[in-house]
Design a protein around this ligand. Structure first.
Ligand code: HEC
Ligand code: HEC
Length: 328
């Protein structure tokens, strides 16, 4: 945070504690002109208020809390930009890339400063690592079981679902049915291929779907015509004269989407002949896609999760569309 904000936060935090301390002292000393144990001169329904001192145990407890509070602020980050004497961090917050993240985690491990997120990851690996191995590997402990085989194992599927909910659900949904721009993983349509090895490659290395913007090249009318052709492919009623013109223009699209528009897994180009849409199938959205292009990014998980977990995740995802098991 900025220096000014840091000073402000520090002043407010310390000011509150000092304020509490002064209030306590004032309450201890002030007799308000009345002897201890004597009436303050207020009576409510016959009950009089006496000038009683604060109980000693309570006063000491209050002081103790103030000391604990100050020690806490000294040891941990919290006072503006103060990093705390223990060097504790919840996570590597300034990290912008995977490589930086790895370096930071290594550094934290070697100089013994505690980053909560790394600790939890290490703990989870210690507890579950062996289980992941047992579910993913054959009895020899060296070769992976086939993805189809893991997908048929109810226990592995449960573990896969856990991993999916932790790492994938924020984009693909907890039921894996996706959303706008995030593919449904439970259906039969695959941008990048639905074979076990395709799915594993997708998760290991990530994918980038690049559909260029055609607005400038085709012009407004061109976009309209080709959109009519595309919409008609999935059975929509359109102006057939326009669609015919669009069909000729589709030659430039066929490079990726295929001459029959059924898509191509080499470029991650979706099938345009069915009613499954990644971005939406209304005329407006299809024209928007063609005019401005799309660029969907699936992150790579190899370095984040490691191959054992990816093997289980690939099996889980494969199972969602191949064994009739739904995610929930
Ligand atoms: C370089 C390859 C390439 C070319 C050429 C190309 N596309 Fe695409 N198209 C893609 C990819 C990849 C996607 C998926 C984008 C993503 O994953 O974000 C896509 C997505 C689409 C979608 C969205 C589908 C959905 O399910 O929402 C439409 C519609 C579309 N393209 C139409 C066209 C048309 C019409 C043309 C020709 C003018 C064309 N594309 C040319 C690669 C291409
Ligand atoms: C940050 C969002 C995000 C997260 C997190 C994410 N994905 Fe994806 N995933 C995408 C996008 C976007 C695509 C489509 C890429 C494209 O447009 O080509 C995709 C595509 C895929 C595909 C290919 C689908 C196809 O039709 O070929 C699979 C399989 C997949 N993701 C599995 C996973 C798994 C398993 C995880 C968790 C380890 C995961 N994803 C986490 C965004 C995400």
């Amino acid at each position: 945070m900025s220096t000014l904000l840091s000073i402000f936060v520090t002043l407010v935090s310390l000011g509150t504690i000092v304020g509490c301390f002064l209030l306590l002292m004032w309450c201890r000393n002030d007799k308000m002109g009345v002897e201890e144990g004597q009436s303050m001169g207020h009576a409510f329904d016959g009950i009089e208020e006496l000038n009683n001192p604060l109980p000693k145990w309570w006063t000491y407890m209050f002081l103790f809390m103030i000391v604990i509070g100050l020690l806490y602020l000294l040891a941990f980050p919290g006072l503006g930009n103060w990093k705390g004497l223990l060097g504790w961090q919840s996570s590597h917050q300034d990290i912008r890339s995977l490589a930086q993240g790895k370096a930071a985690a290594e550094a934290a491990k070697s100089n013994g400063s505690a980053v909560e997120y790394d600790r939890e990851l290490a703990k989870a690996d210690a507890v579950y690592g062996a289980k992941f191995k047992e579910l993913a590997y054959q009895a020899d402990g060296k070769t992976y079981k086939a993805i189809e085989e893991i997908a048929a194992d109810p226990e592995a599927r449960k573990v896969g679902q856990r991993l999916f909910l932790q790492n994938c659900a924020q984009c693909h949904g907890s039921d894996a049915r996706g959303g706008r721009g995030f593919p449904n993983l439970t259906d039969a349509e695959w941008q990048w291929g639905g074979k076990p090895s395709d799915i594993k490659t997708t998760i290991m290395n990530g994918r980038q779907g690049i559909m260029a913007a055609w607005g400038d090249i085709l012009g407004k009318d061109g976009v309209k015509e080709v959109a009519s052709y595309v919409l008609n492919l999935s059975g929509r009623k359109v102006d057939m004269v326009e669609a015919k013109k669009g069909e000729t223009r589709f030659a430039v699209c066929a490079a990726c989407h295929g001459p029959d528009a059924k898509g191509g897994t080499a470029f991650g180009a979706p099938d345009l002949t069915n009613t499954t849409w990644l971005y939406g199938g209304s005329r407006q959205v299809v024209e928007e896609t063609i005019t401005h292009g799309r660029h969907g990014v699936m992150p790579a998980w190899k370095d984040i999760l490691g191959e054992d977990k990816v093997q289980l995740l690939a099996s889980y995802v494969y199972g969602l569309s191949h064994t009739g098991e739904s995610a929930q």
